[in-house]
Design a protein around this ligand. Structure first.
Ligand code: GLN
Ligand code: ZN
Length: 768
């Protein structure tokens, strides 16, 4: 480096929401994809969005350019890094533009698929609700500086203002998250390409230096999670990646971040890489010890003290006290306590833009909330030194004490629970009672719950919210829809019917709106992937059910048919996973409160004559902690909460559950322990595996391996469904095999739904 390096500013954040306060990114993308605006207009709109973000962050107090991360992404930060270094699967070769550099259209092609190619696979980003695109790499992938986006954005930030700090997912995390391209030789590991990847990162860094960037941020969150290689190997890989980059002459100073958890004993290896600054997540991770900091030297530390993924205000005195302890330890280790900055634990991409856009939330609650903008302000305040230190062991977030947070009746009920509340009769007794009560054929056919949400249904909901129609009229419209869906299922010849869930905007928000203890935001959008945003509810207080929620819809549906209608609930773990959850008590306690509310709903459904009740837990796998040593405790409380919700059912009431993910091996024992009578699970994309895993000796209950991949509009043929069913029957026997799609049909159209379900029923009949 030629000029005297400037230290990183005292306050910074790791990243900021990129969707825009009014979801500008989504709107621009959808308009562009639909052909309503051209590329020039699209480019102009996203540039305006970036410009507004930089201005906003400066206004909030991140005045120094290097304090502002350039964390914008058109679709996904992992895809950006993959394209930056040329990780483009060979299967896309014919679909990308001619130019040597990849642009936004190429990026969208990989993200969304083309005529001939499926998009890159999407999967969960660590233990968040954000999804990244999985890079596909092989031994022959031509790694090169293929997209100059990160450099272009830096130039843009200088043209528009004072500049920013470029951000890239680091090479180690990128390859740990990548998968081997189809056709790669057996034994190939994406990490085999680390040297080649690092060489391209070095070029990018050189170009960033030339473009005038004083700092670059490389995110290495993989260090915070268990990986396929052990800690010693990770330390060596760090030397081979960040260590090499730090040794290059021509580069900006490097901030290496480690969000999403503690990195424990990897800290010395991180410090040894020679990067100028290291970020630590101090909300999930502990404060490092002086011994772990031994190699700190002149390395600057960014203390991730403001929780970036929750929406609660930071208890600043506690954070200030922890900051002081960290500074002492840095000094003790021979470092400079002045070279400790304040930051967020993770990028703020997981929280909404600002609480200012929430006029409907009660003031008491608002006083405890901090979304992205408010978190930035917290970082700035802490860094300013103006906060009096409290107790380092104090609460991490501002305590919530207003009414509705603690409710005695809820607590007394939870305290009185015993182990017996989680138990049902033996499986054999339940099977006999249910056979008698339900009289279903072998290989019963059913669906997972939702039917396509047609525009008229969405419009009715919008009209109700806007006050254009009243509750009565809304109910009328929904009942018409339910009648239509019941009629269709009878015509198709399905055995267990559903009401179709037209009244639900979302499987979690619907319950949040009908339970006490939750608040619903107006503009609290967060990015799920690409242009897709969700609006998680806020679980702030003790949960209870003021009145039955689903009973009138299910009984209305049941009144229209002699076939059994399956009641439909969302399970406690999924409700927690897809909400912003209070952090002032263990998740297990909160889950039990939700479970008790659901238990009452199960009892009311049963009393109203609903003989089959499904409790969906698609997020059971998703909340699994990043470290294996934390799995057991998690699986214990999550399974218990499901059991608490369902175990009050009579023997004759058939409890179903639905899980939709294909990596169930780690949780197979937990699925068994849920003790549901019937489990439907994703299988269309992972055929053999599920049957392998579901050893009938171990998993001796009803099972419905999904036979139609509802993520695609493709209609499965009778032959292919028959084939899967025949194999499944071989394995689990016809008495326990159910026939169903992979997941709900909400996002599908009626055309493929009718055709696919007709084939499904025909195949089931053939295999019977
Ligand atoms: N019952 C829900 C539905 O059918 C389940 C959705 C899910 O598993 N994600 O939509
Ligand atoms: Zn599902």
């Amino acid at each position: 480096m030629t000029t005297t390096p400037a230290p990183l500013p005292a306050a910074t954040i790791l990243g900021y929401p990129r969707i825009g306060p009014q979801r500008e990114l989504k709107k621009a993308e959808e308009a562009y994809w639909a052909g309503r605006i051209d590329r020039a207009e699209f480019d102009a709109r996203v540039r305006d969005l970036r410009r507004a973000t930089r201005t906003r962050l400066a206004e909030l107090g991140l005045r120094d350019a290097a304090a502002i991360p350039e964390s914008f992404s058109l679709y996904d930060q992992v895809l950006d890094a993959a394209l930056a270094i040329g990780i483009v699967p060979a299967r896309f070769a014919a679909d990308l533009g001619e130019a040597p550099a990849l642009d936004a259209d190429d990026l969208f092609a990989l993200a969304r698929g083309t005529e001939s190619q499926q998009p890159l696979e999407m999967t969960k980003w660590f233990d968040t609700n954000y999804h990244y695109l999985v890079p596909e790499i092989g031994p022959a992938t031509d790694l090169r500086l293929a997209s100059t986006q990160v450099i272009d954005l830096h130039r843009e930030s200088l043209e528009d203002g004072a500049g920013t700090r470029p951000v890239l997912v680091g090479p180690l995390t990128l390859l740990l998250l990548a998968k081997a391209e189809d056709g790669a030789p057996e034994g190939f590991d994406p990490l085999d390409r680390l040297d080649d990847a690092v060489a391209v990162y070095a070029q990018i860094l050189a170009q960033l230096a030339e473009a005038g960037a004083p700092w670059v941020q490389l995110d290495e969150p993989a260090l915070a999670a268990d990986q396929r290689v052990d800690a010693d190997a990770l330390a060596a890989l760090l030397k081979q990646s960040a260590g090499r980059l730090a040794a290059a002459a021509d580069r900006p100073q490097i901030l290496l971040t480690t969000p999403y958890g503690g990195i424990g004993d990897l800290l010395p290896a991180v410090l040894a890489t020679g990067v100028e600054a290291v970020h630590l997540d101090l909300t999930r991770g502990d404060l490092p010890t002086a011994a772990q900091l031994a190699g700190v030297g002149s390395t600057q530390i960014v203390a991730g003290l403001v929780e970036g993924r929750s929406i609660w205000r930071t208890e600043l005195p506690t954070a200030a006290a922890r900051l002081a302890v960290l500074r002492e330890r840095v000094a003790e280790a021979g470092g400079d306590p002045e070279r400790v900055s304040v930051g967020t634990s993770v990028s703020l991409q997981h929280v909404p833009h600002t609480v200012d856009l929430e006029p409907d939330l009660p003031g008491d609650l608002v006083a405890t909330l901090a979304f992205a903008d408010e978190k930035v302000a917290e970082v700035v305040r802490l860094a300013s030194g103006g906060v009096t230190a409290g107790d380092a062991d104090g609460p991490r977030s501002v305590p919530r004490t207003f009414s509705g947070v603690r409710r005695d009746a809820v607590r007394e009920r939870a305290a009185a629970l015993t182990a017996a509340d989680l138990e049902r009769s033996a499986v054999a007794e339940r099977e006999a009672a249910q056979r008698e009560a339900l009289g279903l054929p072998d290989l019963p056919t059913t669906t997972i719950g939702s039917f396509p949400q047609i525009p008229a249904v969405r419009r009715a909901r919008a009209d109700l919210v806007a006050g254009r129609i009243d509750e009565g009229e809304y109910r009328h419209l929904m009942e018409d829809e339910i009648a239509r869906v019941i009629d269709l299922q009878e015509k198709l010849g399905l055995d267990v019917l559903v009401h179709g869930e037209p009244e639900r905007n979302d499987m979690v928000q619907y319950f949040a709106e009908n339970l006490d203890g939750f608040a619903v935001t107006r503009n609290g959008w967060v990015q799920s992937y690409g242009s897709r945003c969700t609006r998680p509810s806020i679980l702030f207080g003790d949960v209870s059910r003021p009145a039955p929620i689903t009973v009138s819809w299910s009984t209305y549906a049941q009144s229209l048919t002699s076939k059994p209608v399956k009641g439909m609930l969302t399970g406690p773990v999924t409700i927690l996973a897809w909400s912003f959850v209070r952090d002032d008590q263990p998740l297990a306690e909160t889950a039990n409160q939700v479970a008790l509310a659901l238990r009452d709903e199960v009892a009311d459904l049963e009393a109203a004559g609903i003989g089959i009740i499904q409790v969906d837990e698609p997020a059971l796998r998703e909340l699994l902690p990043l470290r294996a040593d934390a799995h057991e405790a998690y699986l214990q409380w999550s399974v218990d909460s499901f059991r608490l919700a369902t175990a009050g059912a009579d023997d004759a009431t058939q409890i179903h559950t639905h899980l939709c993910y294909s990596e169930f091996n780690e949780v197979i024992d937990a699925i068994d322990a849920l003790n549901a009578d019937v489990t439907s699970i994703e299988a269309a994309r992972s055929r053999g595996e599920i049957l392998e895993a579901l050893d009938p000796e171990r998993f001796a209950r009803g099972i419905g391996p999904g036979v139609w991949d509802i993520h695609s509009p493709r209609v499965p043929s009778v032959e292919e469904i028959t084939e899967i069913l025949a194999a499944a029957k071989e394995r689990v026997g016809s008495a326990r095999l159910w026939v169903n799609p992979d997941c709900g049909l909400k996002t599908r159209g009626y055309e493929e739904t009718e055709a696919s379900l007709a084939n499904l029923v025909e195949a089931a009949r053939a295999v019977r």
